[in-house]
Design a protein around this ligand. Sequence first.
Ligand code: COA
Length: 397
Amino acid sequence: MDAELNMKYAHIVGWGSFWPDKILTNDDIANIVDTSDDWIFARTGIRERRIAGEGETTATLAFEAAARALVVAGLHPSQLDMIIVATSTPEYIFPSTASRVQDYLGAARAGAFDLSAACSGFVYALNMAAQAIATGSIRNAVVIGSETMSRVLDWEDRGTCILFGDGAGAVVLRGSSIPGGVMASELRSDGSGGDLLRLPAVYHNPVPALGPEYLGNGHKHNTIAMDGRQVFRFATRVLYQSILNVLKKADLNIDDVALFVPHQANVRIIQHVAKKLKVPMEKFYLNVERAGNTSAASIPMALCDAIEDGRLRPDDNVVFIGFGGGLTWAASVVKWDVTPPEVTRLDREWKRTRYIVARGRSKVRRWGRRMEAYLTGSPTPDARLRDAEKEKKLPPS
Ligand code: COA
């Protein structure tokens, strides 16, 4: 077969993560709600988490992680065919976070979409991109998990606000004729447990003329609600079975796995699963102590830390396992086959100049649209939105 047509193995060839600067410790949270560092650490293994700062959004975090992953992969953004952002905290339902990242990167040939599967989202997205590569429909993809969880937390609810943090992680997948890469996946959902962990997405615009039952969606406005005990029980049950299932699909045994990179929600959940599998805890990579639960971003962020810690070698089998709202859960087995390249600071900085060019190009396009509107005598999109707001057709943005 033509080598070009046989690039069906989706290898991870680049990775990158982005941690916002601002650190929020358990002691800081104890100043907000009735809790303590001891309680949080004992129940979850979390000591601190990052909080996105002014000007940082789910899209900018995702862009930073993707840009770093592209440097490692040695790929130009114009070589990307697909950008998937797994997130539960997009700034917009549309445009998607992925489309904004596509614009920031200047990835002119890439399709882009967001994927919603809560904390399992990264593993789902990895599988979608790997399948697209396997069928030959694309060659290169960037898969990102990015979240600004701090903006959807109820900071009066000590059952949830202690758990989550912000951040982003990304991997670049590249089609190759060499066997390896993403070898098997299992994606699952049980929607009957949807109410156990939920984040209402759309604030229902009141329609007063239709009566009180049309006045809202009955939820506290756009914050996470969770039944912690039930979620804990669900996670320990499904993770164990999912790991066994995906290994069976890849024709591997538990002893063939060099490293498990689980969703970083809670150390006690991982301890439970490790014990059930009779696998030493050292085989589970953990950074939840410093990151908190960053939802869809947690697995790629942990993967980047594991690589930096020298925990992955060529030919290692690594298992990713996610679980979360939906309920959803997912596992993937990846044959690791890349030796981390040396990336110099100069290289990184030089490559960043291309994003300045991309920003310029995007601005020129926007100006072009405005100019066209001016020349044809039609109002610009901005002016149309302003007029609609004035006429109260839209809520103020
Ligand atoms: N600080 C201090 N006390 C707290 C507290 C906090 N942040 N949150 C709850 N408590 C109290 C409760 O009020 C309760 O007190 P009571 O016994 O006097 O009524 C007690 O601690 C036990 O509460 P409970 O909710 O049963 O605690 P728990 O042992 O189940 O721990 C979680 C709570 C959230 C840490 C735990 O359920 C958990 O981690 N679940 C999984 C959540 C998760 O991972 N979600 C994301 C999945 S992607």
